[in-house]
Design a protein around this ligand. Sequence first.
Ligand SMILES: [Zn+2]
Length: 74
Amino acid sequence: MYEMWAEQDPAVTPPTVVWHVVAKDDASTSLCGRFLEPAQRVVPATDGSEPAPPDRYCDPCLVTVREAMTAAAR
Ligand SMILES: [Zn+2]
């Protein structure tokens, strides 16, 4: 099983939330090998009180998920 993990990407301006994918059995790093700090986690507001920031998805994470799903379907 996989979980989504949102983090601010400090490398881009304006700061953008990037969604990584984390395997549930190893939540210390994302699928792209990024070390995940719980303090860095972004929990987007879901009550509509703030405008949703532009989100990006981490390409290496998505590629890994796609390959894993393709392998599981065989
Ligand atoms: Zn990633």
